[in-house]
Ligand binder design. Sequence first.
Ligand code: C2O
Length: 559
Amino acid sequence: MPSITSLSFFSTVNYASATSPSLPLFPFPRHTCKSKVSCKVGDHNQNPKGNRRDVLIGLGGGLGAAASFTYNPFATADPVVTDHTNCGDPNLPAGAKPTKCCPPNSNTVTDFVLPSNQPLRIRQPAHALSDDNINKYKEAIKLMKALPDDDPRSFLQQGKIHCAYCHDSYYEEGCPDKKIQVHFSCIFAPFHRWYLYFYERILGSLIGDPTFALPFWNWDHPDGMEIPAIFADRRSPLYNPLRNANHQPPTLLDLDWNKNDVDTSGDVEKNLKKVHKFIYQVKRPTCFFGRSFVTAGSLESLHNTLHSWSGDRTQPNGEDMGSFYSSGRDPLFYGHHSNVDRLWTVWKSFGREDLNNRDYLESSFLFYNENKNLVRVKTKDCLDTLKLGYEYQPVEVPWKDAKSSATTSKAQRMAKPFTTTKALDLPLILFEEPVSTVVKRPQKSRSQKEKDLKEETLVFDIQFNKRGDVKFDVLIDWEGNPKIANPKNREFAGSFVNVNHADSSRDTNVKYAIGITELLEDLEADDDDSIVVTLVPRYGRWVIIKDITINFEECENKK
Ligand code: C2O
């Protein structure tokens, strides 16, 4: 079988229909709010208040009646707004024990108000926590685990929040057939920030300490590149047996981990170079956070590997950390996400901006607070951690200057032109072997001013089954064996990583975008008419690359 095949063998399939749920490759269900019109302001205006509310209640979800639902004439369903009246059974992966993920019923939902006059909570690295702080954390988790299962603050219920938002339990308000999915999306970062905010406040209130702060798993620093010891002590409430037995401390984390490889330990330099590429080198907010509700940003992509690396591979779906429905059951999850959240603040400290479009800012989620009240929060209220009452203890970021260098110099390339000279027909299916194709650049040799305004962006249109784990790497102008390329090589442009999860919410297609302006400068390829893009499948099956393009707008922070 050829390593890569154009879709010609689907001669009876009109490729334009490949996004349809009837495509035999992807027989999983898909719900969409068919006509966008039904979610627009204009439509709300045509419906009297009472009607719309009745419709929502009539759907009968797990949350009971909407006693305090207030109609907002300015709301549109373009921002993702959680419908608190409608939560159903999750869409679980094969082999998962049946579970429900909706929170306990509440008739009342109140809008979140920023706290005032509270002491600052300082989140510290988990590997350097004082004994006093470790004991507080253990005590708080112990108390959380001792709460009755139906208490929304209990450890069980807190873990379910992740399942509800990641495995199709919630619906979007005004779109009774549209499920919410916070991954592969620009709302990834704000959703998890809020999640940790309430988790931390609940833990603090259980031990009566308003200064209690969640520690972060500082996996981007050499001292934190293993599962922090506090989570690995078998007698501790922070321990969870469902983790990869080969990755117990002191095994060094591998941020370039390939689950098909025999387990090897990571490499500090490679890890730092990978963080440099995924955090420091990503300048534009849409590339960092994700452009839309169906595109993952580099922060989310980088974070995925930690999930897959930590989960127990002997479980059907890599539970707990390796699957989104179960990852909230592992205390390690909250340490991991505290670091993801910290990297957002570190990234901004380099002078970079948050997304500022309305759909993003108005997106909203539901959480129970420390007083067991159901609260509605919006993305726009979480952009400044100080306003939420916490900050991160500053630690060194050794990856900031960890730029990799080119393997092949311009002179070497000129002496021996690339072996790949053709553009492959698209779409193509990625199997097990690497594949290279030439991609034309619409513009070359741009001025610095043009570059400052617009990032040259390599965009992949991808279709794949989100229920499976997937990883492929992207190399640019790479010669030689692609299988040995890694983040230490400048030609290594990025990795596409999926952690299995349900997603019938928006679409089965995603875009994956990588900013390449600086990369091409470093490779001395900025004056070239085209680049050679090599895709290296690492694991997972049936990834369809529908299109590969270069554009200059994908990473703009549009109003
Ligand atoms: Cu909601 Cu780390 O994922």
